[in-house]
Design a protein around this ligand. Structure first.
Ligand SMILES: [Zn+2]
Length: 200
């Protein structure tokens, strides 16, 4: 029986805490990166901008100061290349369920590309605030001796660890009960998973 005790937090009080969950990459120690995120010290807000939406959140109480959903616009041209019409294309995947919007925020290392984590942000549309901030998953890639690459993805929502190994001619994918990631010593987690698999 694998211990389900995790040291990682399941939820965060404020977006600020979620963004700062890991400030440095456990592999290369470089600063973790969240695209298009601005802190406004004066008005005490955090702004997030991506291709799906612009959102400004109050740091103290999770209230949403402003929210603009973006849609993919498709332009139609005549033969001279002039725009004759524009139609909003599909919405990029913000899901609305019973008055809640679900949005994933990915925080990643841009330097080594070997670690990222995803926050699930649930927005209460009726009360215009953040309802919940959860650690959705953490993904760690490891290159051992420069030839074997492993990827471990811990999904804290489904409580599963997905393990992939890309060893020449023998790629493997396995789903296991949640195994804690040892981010101080990533290779240790690989060794642990490999010894577990050998018993399966
Ligand atoms: Zn890194």
């Amino acid at each position: 029986m694998i211990s389900m005790k995790m040291i990682v937090p399941n939820t965060f009080d404020y977006l600020e805490n979620a963004i700062k969950y890991r400030q440095n990459c456990p592999v290369c120690k470089d600063k973790m990166h969240l695209s298009n995120c601005y802190e406004d010290i004066v008005s005490n807000t955090i702004s997030l901008t991506d291709f799906e939406f612009d959102i400004v959140i109050s740091k103290n109480n999770n209230k949403i100061v402003s929210f603009t959903e973006r849609r993919d616009i498709q332009f139609m041209y005549d033969i001279s290349g002039n725009i004759v019409d524009s139609i909003p294309s599909r919405n990029y995947g913000i899901k609305s369920v019973n008055g809640s919007l679900y949005k994933a925020i990915s925080i990643e290392c841009k330097k080594c590309d070997q670690y990222y984590y995803v926050i699930q942000m649930i927005i209460d549309i009726n009360n215009i605030c953040i309802k919940e901030l959860k650690l959705n998953s953490e993904t760690l890639s490891i290159d051992k001796l420069g030839k074997n690459t492993y990827e471990i993805k811990n999904n804290y929502i489904t409580e599963k660890t997905q393990f992939q190994s890309f060893v020449l001619g023998n790629d493997k994918f396995m789903e296991l009960p949640l195994i804690p990631l040892d981010l101080d010593n990533p290779s240790k987690t690989i060794t642990k998973i490999q010894s577990l698999i050998s018993f399966l």
